[in-house]
Design a protein around this ligand. Sequence first.
Ligand code: 13P
Ligand code: SF4
Length: 382
Amino acid sequence: MNATITQHDKDALHPLASYRTLQPDELQARIEAVRAELGDSLLILGHHYQQDEVIAHTDLRGDSYKLSEMAAASRTCRTIVFCGVHFMAETADILANRPEKLAERDGNRVTVLLPDMAAGCSMADMAAIKQVEAAWEDMSEVIDTQRVIPVTYINSAASLKAFCGRHGGIVCTSSNAKAVLEWAYERGDRVFFFPDQHLGRNTALGLGIGEEQMPVWDPYALELGGNTEKALQDSRVILWKGHCSVHQMFRPEHVDGFRKNHPGIKILVHPECPREVNDIADVSGSTGKIIDTVQNSPAGTKWAIGTELHLVNRLKAEHPEQEIHFLSPVICMCSTMYRIDLPHLCWTLENLRDGAIVNRIEVSDEISKWSLVALERMLAVK
Ligand code: 13P
Ligand code: SF4
């Protein structure tokens, strides 16, 4: 008789299966028990887009920049459990294990764990190192790449950060993109910005660069990323054709609708939103800036916020004295951030306590070395 293995059977065989049947209060208690037992040797970091129930078990939370600083500063911890997405855990591994930190710990590495390996970032996946290298070579046929500064958004694989490190470039986050571009223009004539065209465009517009000087490089185009030689020669910033599928959902008509129906409302967005939205918003900034802006506003302020749903809902709950709306009529949530949940967190932590390392993120030495060059340049930019 042929036994067919169904998806249901496969799920049941997964080591996590028994955790999925547990009630939230039991998971919470077990997570807290491991945290108490491991004490300072364990650091749980959480990005602002994580679900409330996960955020409740983090030691520190932040936007991508703050989280990088926290990983860079870690002193006592031996393990970082990263409640966020893959590129964030890679960055933590690179920064927490840089040479001077390793020397302080007699060569002992900090282990970085990502509770669900499927927690990636669709934007980061839009630029593969082979494509970026091919683009660099192609553009060198028509422009002097010695004078091009590559800038990668932190939402990218470590191999792209290493590419920037090797080629005189730098990493940026949504909170320092303007200062990073200024840094780049002090060192070159042009910037090659990947993978988020919207952050690149919105930031360059803020520096007074015209959109006609921002060709978009399509890695699937047959020649020169779909551009003419002249467009590349006239460029100030070459934008990679990548985007965030969550922030791309916010539209200018949503802004218009809120302004019409809620007089006095202010629009607060993340710079991963398209230009048409970013241009007409009242405030644009990183998740950290979005939180600070709401926290520092008086009671009665009305906001429509264009960023990931879990953060907006948390702000709504934490600020009942203000009127907070989600900018889009459709649900825009980051499905990969959402993969980190209590069963995955509990499973990761209990394995760690029992001496079994699951879902370790470890960047190779060569990639770490060059990524660190680009990350340290970023951390030095004020
Ligand atoms: P922040 O750096 O603003 O937290 O953004 C991270 C991110 O992934 C936004 O989509
Ligand atoms: Fe990536 Fe967008 Fe999710 Fe941020 S919100 S992690 S950019 S897919």
